[in-house]
Design a protein around this ligand. Structure first.
Ligand code: BG6
Length: 484
C-alpha cells in the first residue's frame, strides 16, 4: 500500500548507515510501490556536495549494498528524488537552504533521520526549531546509542523532548523491524497453541543468542567505549526478551505493546555487586579464525593495544512476576563467535514420566526455536517414533519451517519496515522513552558491579562460542546452550 508523499531528511546522509541501510531500504520501498511522488529524500551533512554528486554516491551505495539486480528505470526514478544540502549542525550555516528545499505544505509528512552521533541530537533538534523547520507532521528518528547509562539517556531524552513530543519521536531498535521478531508476536498471539503453555508451569528456561562472526568493522572508537552490554544487551537483547515475556497486549497499538514491554523491564530481577559474578560472564576475543580466515584479537585491532572492554557477554536474567518467576532467561551475545546466528529458544519442561523404558532412547524436552538470522524460520522440536518395525525407539526431530522455502520471497531488511512506519506514524516497533530508561535502570547496576567487584573479561579465541565460563553459567544449572 503506498504511503502519502513525504520528505525524508537524512542527517549523516553520506555516512555508513545511509549508505548501507537507509538508501537501499528506500529504494526497495519504491520498487514495491510504496513511495509516490512528490516524495523527496534529502541527504544532509557538513561537506559541500552537489545534488548530482549525491546521486552518484547513492547510486554506488545501491550497487554495493543491494544483492538483487538493480532495475534501471527504478534507479533513475529513485535518484531523481534525491537532493543534497550542506548543513553545519554546530552553527547556523545551511539551515535556511534546507528550508528552501522543503515542501511548504504543512500536511506533507516530514521525517528527520539523525544518522549521526548522539552528541549532535540536541544541536540538531534545537536548530530545526530555531530555523522553523518543524511542522505538525514532522517526526524525528534517532538511532542508538541513546546514552551510555541512565543519566545520559535521561539527558538525551530531555533534549529531544524539549523540541519534539513523544508521538513525534521514533527511537529505532532495528531488531524490532526484523521479520522473525515480528513473527514472534504472530506466533504467540495469532495461535492458541502456545499461549496456554507460555509460563513457568511449562517452560523450563529461555535462551536468547545473538552471535556475530564479525569483529570491530572499523568502529573501534565507538565500540571500545561501549562494549557488548551497551551495544547489544541494553537494546536488542532486552527488546527480544520483552517480546518473549510480555503479557498479551490488548491490541497492536503502540502504547499497548510498549506498556507491556515496560512491565517486563521493570520486573527484571536486579543484578548487582552481590550476585554479578555468579550471573554474568564478560569475554574478550583473542586472535583466531573466523569467516574462513585468520583474524586478529580485539586488542590488536585497537590503536592503544589495551582495554578491558567486553566483546562478549552472557547473563542469567530472571523476571520476577507471576508468569516467569523461576524461569531463567539466558542471554548471550558477542563478536567474533563461531558463526553469525541469532535465535530465541523456548525450552519446555521434560515429560513428568516416561512410559517407554530405557530401550526407547533418551527423552528430550520440546523446544521451540525461532531463528532470526540467517535462514529465518521456526523449528518446533518434538519427540517421534523412529520409523520402522524395530520397536519403540524415539527420536527428537524438528518440525521445520524455513521462511525462504515456504514463501520464496525476498526477506526485507529491518530498516525497510521501520522507515516507512515513521511516515505512517506507527510507533509500535519503536522504543518509548520510559522503556529505554527502564532498560538502563537494569543495566547500570551491572556495569557498576563489574567495576566495583573488578570482574574482568575472560579471553576467548576468535571463532569459538565465547569463554568457557559462559558454558559453565548454564551447565551449572544442568542445562546446555542450544546448538545451532
Ligand atoms: C548494532 C550494533 O546495533 O547491531 C552492532 O551496534 C551489531 O555492533 C549490529 O553488529 C548487529 O545487527 P544485525 O542486524 O547485523 O544483527
Amino acid at each position: 500500500i503506498p504511503v502519502d508523499p513525504f520528505d525524508y531528511i537524512v542527517f549523516g546522509g553520506t555516512g555508513d548507515l545511509a549508505e548501507r541501510k537507509l538508501l537501499p531500504a528506500l529504494y526497495h520501498r519504491q520498487v514495491d510501490g510504496q513511495i509516490v511522488d512528490p516524495t523527496c529524500i534529502i541527504g544532509v551533512s557538513r561537506a559541500a556536495m552537489s545534488d548530482e554528486e549525491y546521486r552518484t554516491f547513492a547510486h554506488e551505495a545501491l550497487k554495493q549494498f543491494i544483492k538483487e539486480p538493480l532495475i534501471d528505470e527504478e534507479v533513475e526514478r529513485f535518484l531523481a528524488k534525491l537532493q543534497y544540502v550542506s548543513v553545519d549542525a554546530m552553527s547556523d550555516r545551511g539551515w535556511d537552504d534546507l528550508r528552501n528545499r522543503l515542501d511548504g505544505d504543512p500536511r506533507k509528512k516530514r521525517a528527520y533521520y539523525l544518522a549521526v552521533g548522539p552528541s549532535l541530537f540536541g544541536e540538531i533538534a534545537t536548530r530545526l526549531r530555531a530555523h522553523d523547520l518543524i511542522t505538525p507532521e514532522t517526526r524525528i528518528v534517532v538511532e542508538k546509542p541513546i546514552g551510555r547509562d541512565l543519566e545520559s539517556a535521561h539527558a538525551l531524552n530531555d533534549v529531544l523532548g524539549e523540541v519534539f513530543d513523544e508521538t513525534q519521536t521514533f527511537r529505532i531498535d532495528h531488531y524490532l523491524g526484523k521479520e522473525t521478531v515480528q513473527n514472534l508476536m504472530a506466533l504467540r498471539f495469532a495461535n492458541t497453541l502456545y499461549e496456554p503453555l507460555w509460563n513457568s508451569a511449562h517452560i523450563d528456561h529461555v535462551q536468547i543468542t545473538v552471535a556475530e562472526s564479525v569483529g570491530l568493522e572499523g568502529r573501534a572508537e565507538y565500540y571500545d567505549k561501549a562494549g557488548a552490554i551497551r551495544d547489544m544487551v541494553q537494546n536488542h537483547l532486552l527488546q527480544l526478551l520483552c517480546l518473549v515475556a510480555m503479557e498479551p497486549p490488548p491490541s497492536m497499538d503502540a502504547d499497548s505493546v510498549r506498556d507491556e514491554k515496560l512491565k517486563v523491564l521493570r520486573a527484571l530481577e536486579p543484578i548487582g555487586e552481590n550476585n554479578v559474578e555468579k550471573l554474568t560472564v564478560r569475554g574478550q576475543y583473542t586472535s583466531g579464525a573466523a569467516n574462513g580466515g585468520p583474524v586478529k584479537g580485539y586488542l590488536e585491532e585497537l590503536e592503544s593495544g589495551e582495554s578491558d572492554t567486553e566483546t562478549f557477554v552472557a547473563i542469567k536474567a530472571e523476571i520476577s512476576n507471576w508468569r516467569w518467576a523461576g524461569v531463567p532467561f539466558y542471554l548471550r551475545t558477542g563478536k567474533r563467535l563461531a558463526k553469525r546466528v541469532s535465535e530465541i529458544v523456548i525450552a519446555f519442561r521434560p515429560v513428568p514420566h516416561s512410559i517407554f523404558g530405557s530401550s526407547a532412547g533418551r527423552m528430550v524436552a520440546n523446544k521451540l526455536v525461532m531463528r532470526l538470522q540467517p535462514d529465518e524460520g521456526v523449528k518446533q522440536w518434538i519427540m517421534i517414533k523412529d520409523p520402522g518395525p524395530g520397536g519403540m525407539r524415539l527420536r527428537h526431530v524438528p518440525l521445520d519451517m524455513s521462511f525462504a522455502d515456504a514463501f520464496g520471497v525476498r526477506n526485507p531488511d529491518a530498516y525497510e519496515r521501520l522507515i516507512m512506519d515513521v511516515i505512517r506514524g506507527n510507533q509500535t516497533l519503536f522504543m518509548r522513552r520510559d522503556e529505554v530508561e527502564a532498560a538502563w535502570q537494569w543495566v547500570d547496576p551491572i556495569l557498576k558491579a563489574w567495576t566495583e567487584t573488578g570482574q574482568t573479561t575472560q579471553d576467548y579465541t576468535a571463532g569459538t562460542w565465547g569463554p568457557s565460563a559462559s558454558i559453565a553459567l548454564i551447565e551449572r544449572d544442568g542445562r546446555t546452550w542450544h546448538e545451532s
